[in-house]
Write a protein that binds this ligand. Structure first.
Ligand code: 2AL
Length: 177
């Protein structure tokens, strides 16, 4: 759909369609609906980003905690959201070798133990090797660094999810005379 169609959506439809662009945080989109009309897709994205940036640190951590582990329990039980399932499959996380799967599980636990929230990375912009490498590296960071880093990754995930739902803006017509 294009941005005009987005702007015309009633509240319920808007939240049904866009509610999961931030994983399991439909309240963010419920709040952002009040900011319509959006002049463009980047304007919709900016409204979401501003809302997230305005949250206290506890709210940002709450967003991180709404994310399922990569290659974790939800993937194995088939209880991931559609978006998350597609992202994890595209990064090859549904077909890990057993050694990779146990390394991923161990590092995910280590990360959560250290920071109190899960490791979040935009799976669609990575593959299983780079995810494992960054998971291992990011376990060494400070907590404040990781909270900010995780939120940056949430924004990347959000951008790609939005792009799969909204058409890019049509190029502006240029007047030639
Ligand atoms: C996820 C997810 O569900 N999709 C994605 O790109 N990253 N989860 C995570 N813990 O990073």
């Amino acid at each position: 759909m294009d941005i005009n169609t987005v702007n015309a959506l009633p509240y319920d439809d808007f939240v049904n369609i866009f509610g999961n662009v931030v994983e399991k945080c439909p309240i963010i989109l419920a709040a952002v609906w009040s900011r319509r009309p959006f002049v463009s897709l980047p304007a919709l994205e900016a409204a979401i980003t501003e809302f997230i940036d305005g949250l206290p640190e506890s709210g940002k951590e709450g967003i991180l905690r709404c994310h399922p582990d990569l290659a974790g329990r939800d993937l194995h039980r088939g209880t991931l959201t559609r978006e998350s399932r597609e992202e994890q499959a595209r990064a090859g996380l549904d077909a890990l070798e057993s050694a990779e799967a146990s390394r991923m599980a161990r590092l995910n636990e280590e990360y959560k133990e250290r920071f109190g929230f899960p490791f979040v990375i935009c799976a669609r912009m990575n593959d299983k090797e780079s995810i494992l490498r960054q998971l291992s590296e990011r376990c060494q960071n400070e907590r404040v660094v990781e909270r900010a880093r995780g939120i940056e990754e949430v924004k990347k995930i959000c951008r790609l999810r939005l792009q799969s739902l909204v058409l890019p803006d049509a190029p502006k017509k240029v007047m030639t005379h």
